[in-house]
Design a binder for this molecule. Structure first.
Ligand code: AP5
Ligand code: ZN
Length: 217
């Protein structure tokens, strides 16, 4: 199964993609994570993306389409993947359509994670992740079971993102409404769009997604 999680910054795309990966073996493909890795490694793509990401704007379509095309071609994607943070513009959606068609693959479902803008700033500014395995946490909504110890890998170091501040979140939200929201009618017209309540507790959102995908309640 190949699917897209669509939603504004802080909607819970990464949180739910990690859960689906662990429970159902689908591979999480996060363009945000790939771009942050490129920035950290100082690659040519990273150098081009860094300032754009720090300003909360979208990296150019050619860069992200290139990194996703390379990633989808890898063997581990054959059994299904979850696109987290891609596509984000109609041009990216069209590029995805043609790269899937070239590989004889299809898009099974697009899940729209609906969350009101006013709670997203709190979500994003409280977020942190495990430095070792990238598992996501939140100061208030999702703390490790043992304080300071990652539930998944036992790691004890955590990190926060440079773009997770109130000002940058507002420009990321602006980019979402202007450039990404038009994907909703695009996928609605193809009959693959499902909607979940992204404001529900994390376990309930997982349940709604699994129900939509037919994984059973
Ligand atoms: P990216 O990394 O994709 O960031 P984003 O879309 O802004 O999404 P986030 O990672 O902030 O949120 P999320 O929905 O994954 O939420 P999460 O699960 O962490 O992109 C970063 C930048 O890279 C972009 O601004 C752009 O510059 C560039 N970029 C990336 N892809 C691109 C593309 N395709 N084209 C162009 N540029 C691109 O949850 C947030 C927090 O809330 C967590 O702490 C979590 O624990 C908590 N939480 C989650 N669900 C719930 C819940 N139901 N209740 C309470 N708390 C919850
Ligand atoms: Zn970890």
């Amino acid at each position: 199964m190949n699917l897209i999680l669509l939603g504004p910054p802080g909607a819970g795309k990464g949180t739910q993609a990690q859960r689906l990966e662990r429970a159902h073996g689908l591979i999480q493909l996060s363009t945000g994570d790939m771009l942050r890795a490129a920035v950290a490694a100082g690659t040519e793509v990273g150098k081009r993306a860094k300032a754009v990401m720090e300003a909360g704007q979208l990296v150019s379509d050619d860069i992200v389409v290139g990194i996703i095309a390379d990633r989808i071609a890898q063997d581990d994607c054959k059994n299904g993947f979850i696109l987290d943070g891609f596509p984000r513009t109609v041009a990216q959606a069209e590029a995805l359509d043609s790269m899937l068609a070239q590989r004889g693959l299809k898009l099974d479902r697009v899940i729209d994670m609906k969350v009101d803008d006013d709670i997203l700033v709190e979500r994003v500014s409280g977020r942190y992740t495990c430095a070792k395995c990238n598992a996501g946490y939140h100061d208030k909504f999702q703390q490790p079971k043992v304080a300071g110890v990652c539930d998944i890998c036992g790691g004890t170091e955590f990190k926060r993102r440079a773009d997770d501040n109130a000002e940058t979140v507002r420009s990321r939200l602006g980019a979402f409404h202007a450039q990404t929201a038009p994907l909703l009618p695009y996928y609605q017209a193809r009959g693959v769009l499902g909607t979940v309540d992204g404001m529900a507790p994390i376990d309930e959102v997982t349940r709604q997604i699994e129900t939509d995908l037919g994984f059973g309640a």
